[in-house]
Structure formats: structure tokens, C-alpha cells
Design a protein around this ligand. Structure first.
Ligand code: ATP
Length: 358
């Protein structure tokens, strides 16, 4: 069944002169989802958001909201509100007037306007700021006003374009939690644009990772992190070491592959080609000081760089020309730890080796 704010985007493309901003994007977003568009600058995130809002048009493809093609629906008639990175508050209005603006335009009664404005100001905890002008607010407070101004219209769909980008890290983390609570309490569909991978992982039910106007991969945070399909996704969402591999043997337990690290067992089944790139997340590599002969999936590595980060240590390793990155929690006292310039044994668990498509 199609719900009111289900979104179906089919084969949407948009060109600006020579630039292909969107190249055949298709995706479905369900009512009540917290959906993020994640990707580097210029990959087309904002253009897609603006097309959904009706602020930009698409050259090809369709955008349906609630099962209805939006081609002929102007922006102001769509069940959509947008929150911008730049807040876009009216400088001469105070906080209350800024939030009430949309309701005034819709000719909502004064009493109902007051009730709704009071309710959303309480929701984002800005009741004390009602009489202040935007230039008398901090960045975080302005962001809350911008959110309240969008939420007060009770849109079915809230489009957020990097709304927290201008804030410092601590405030951003605090507002992330509040955004999540707000979304869960209101049940509104959120489409959230960010280039911050951690923010996308923390907030989203599902994420579309975008690159050069296309969706590289779409899924929930865990499946994207644990099973990146391409080099780009493996590097953009966290980091991975990449290892070129050639199949030697394929059996019921997976495969044996030849790599620059020696022979490795891979738990995944044969992908239908004998040469591919493997990826492994840094925290999956187990590192111990070199004491014994190497066993299966173990290799000797040199510790080229070591960055102590309190709870964990990051290691840049190498085996000949093959670089590896590892992260280990600092469970033990530092005197048991591994030292820069020494050799260690790295274990790459067969089930942690991911086969990439490219
Ligand atoms: P950012 O994170 O920097 O905001 P983005 O992923 O949101 O980037 P878009 O703003 O969607 O990217 O832009 C996609 C591409 O289209 C970019 O190359 C951009 O320069 C181009 N572009 C966007 N809007 C226009 C426009 N109005 N005229 C010309 N080119 C445009």
C-alpha cells in the first residue's frame, strides 16, 4: 500500500550544461523513515533534495510522493518542508514570528498558531528565546529555530540539507540525538543530506551513498559498513585496506586466494571471476607481537606508524609493498603494546575479507 509520504524516485537525471548532477537515480523512501543521502561535495545530493522539494526540475525520470507524480505540483503545494544549512531565518522577525510565518501565510487562526508555535518551541527547547532576533542567537539556537519553523507546518516530509554542518562537534552531536528523538516522536519522513559519514551512520534507518550523480550503494548502516560493494563505499564510509587477490582453490569452505600477503582463506563464496579486490576493516585485523610461526591467514607486518588515541591505537602496517591499516582497543597496559618499527603478526579472519565488485 502506498502511504501519503512514500517517495518513489525513478531514473531521475539532471544536467547543468556539461555537468551531470544526477545520472539515472532510482530509490524508494518509506513513510516515517530517516533516510540519508551521503556523498562527497558535488555528487548531486542537494540537487536531488531540491528536485523532491520542487525547487529544481529533473530533465528525465519521475518523482512520486504518496503515489502521485509531482511533475505538475509546484513547490508550495507539496507536503514538504526544507531546512537549510544557512538557516534562512528572517532577520527582522523574532523567534516566535519566524516560526509562525508559515502558519500566517496559510491563514491559520491566531489561537491555533500560538498553540502550535508554543508546542514546537517546547519540543526543541527554545521557549526562553521567543522574543529574540536571529542575530541575538548562537548557531545552535538558530538551527533549532530553523527546525521549529519547518516542523510547525506539520509536513509529511522534512528535507534537511546539512542542517548541522555549521555547528561545532559537541553541539552537532547533541543536536543529532535531538533530531532523532524529534523524528521518532513526530513520525515524519526525514530525508537528510550530509557528507559526514559518522552522522549518517548514527542517524539513518537507511543511507544512499552517492558518487558522481549516481547511487553507489543503498542500505542500512550496518550492511553498508560490513558489506561495502565498491572501493568508493569501502573508503568513504570508514576505511578499508584493499588487497588484490587471485583464486587458487574454491571449495565448500570458501576460497584460497593468492595475495601480496601470501595465501589467504576467504569465507565468501566464489564470485564468478578469479581476480578481484578484497577489503578488510581496520578493527577486524588482529595484531599480536611476533613470537610464533605464522598460521593460516597470518602474516608478518612492519609497524610503520602508530597513533595512540587513548581508548584505541591506529596502526599503519606493511608487508613488502602491501599496506594494511589496523585499529586495536587499548585493553592492556601500554608496556604490553606493540612498538613503532618492530615486526608483528597480523591475522585477517577469513569472514572479515570482503569481495568488492570493482
Ligand atoms: P555539496 O555537498 O557541496 O553541497 P552536493 O552533493 O549537494 O554538493 P550538488 O549541489 O547537488 O552537489 O551539485 C551537483 C553538481 O551540479 C555539482 O557539480 C554542481 O557544481 C552542479 N550544480 C548544481 N547546481 C547547479 C546550477 N544551478 N548550475 C550549474 N551547476 C550546478
Amino acid at each position: 500500500m502506498v502511504e501519503d509520504s512514500d517517495i518513489e524516485i525513478t531514473n531521475v537525471s539532471r544536467r547543468f550544461g556539461e555537468t551531470v548532477a544526477l545520472d539515472g537515480v532510482s530509490l524508494t523512501i518509506k513513510q516515517g523513515e530517516f533516510f540519508s543521502l551521503l556523498g562527497p561535495s558535488g555528487c548531486g545530493k542537494t540537487t536531488l533534495l531540491r528536485i523532491i522539494a520542487g525547487l529544481e526540475y529533473n530533465d528525465e525520470g519521475t518523482v512520486c510522493i504518496g503515489g502521485e507524480d509531482t511533475k505538475d505540483i509546484p513547490a508550495f503545494q507539496r507536503p514538504v518542508n526544507m531546512v537549510f544549512q544557512s538557516y534562512a531565518l528572517f532577520p527582522h522577525f523574532n523567534v516566535r514570528q519566524n516560526i509562525a510565518f508559515g502558519l500566517k501565510m496559510k491563514k491559520v487562526s491566531q489561537q491555533e498558531t500560538d498553540e502550535r508555535v508554543n508546542r514546537v518551541m517546547a519540543l526543541v527547547e527554545i521557549e526562553d528565546l521567543a522574543d529574540r532576533k536571529p542575530n541575538q542567537l548562537s548557531g545552535g539556537q538558530r538551527q533549532r529555530v530553523a527546525l521549529a519553523r519547518a516542523v510547525v507546518n506539520e509536513p509529511k516530509l522534512l528535507l534537511l540539507d546539512e542542517p548541522l554542518a555549521a555547528l561545532d562537534l559537541k553541539l552537532r552531536k547533541q543536536l543529532q540525538v535531538e533530531l532523532l528523538n524529534l523524528q521518532r516522536n513526530l513520525g515524519i519522513t526525514f530525508i537528510y543530506v550530509t557528507h559526514d559519514q559518522e552522522e549518517a551512520l548514527v542517524l539513518s534507518d537507511r543511507i544512499a551513498v552517492m558518487c558522481d550523480g549516481r547511487i553507489e550503494q543503498l542500505g542500512d548502516a550496518e550492511s553498508l559498513y560490513e558489506n561495502p560493494k565498491t572501493r568508493f563505499v569501502s573508503q568513504f564510509l570508514g576505511t578499508c585496506s584493499l588487497i588484490e587477490a587471485t583464486v587458487k582453490l574454491s571449495d565448500g569452505n570458501g576460497m584460497l586466494v593468492e595475495t601480496a600477503l601470501g595465501t589467504l582463506r576467504v569465507a565468501a563464496k566464489h564470485p564468478g571471476r578469479d581476480q578481484f579486490t578484497l577489503a578488510i576493516r581496520p578493527e577486524k585485523i588482529r595484531l599480536v607481537s611476533k613470537t610464533t610461526q605464522n598460521g593460516e591467514n597470518e602474516c608478518t607486518v612492519c609497524i610503520d606508524q602508530l597513533i595512540y588515541k587513548g581508548s584505541e591505537t591506529h596502526y599503519d602496517l606493511s608487508h613488502g609493498d602491501q599496506p594494511l591499516q589496523a585499529v586495536a582497543m587499548n585493553r592492556h597496559h601500554p608496556e604490553h603494546s606493540l612498538n613503532l618499527g618492530t615486526e608483528a603478526t597480523a591475522y585477517l579472519p577469513p569472514e572479515a575479507l570482503i569481495i568488492l565488485d570493482d
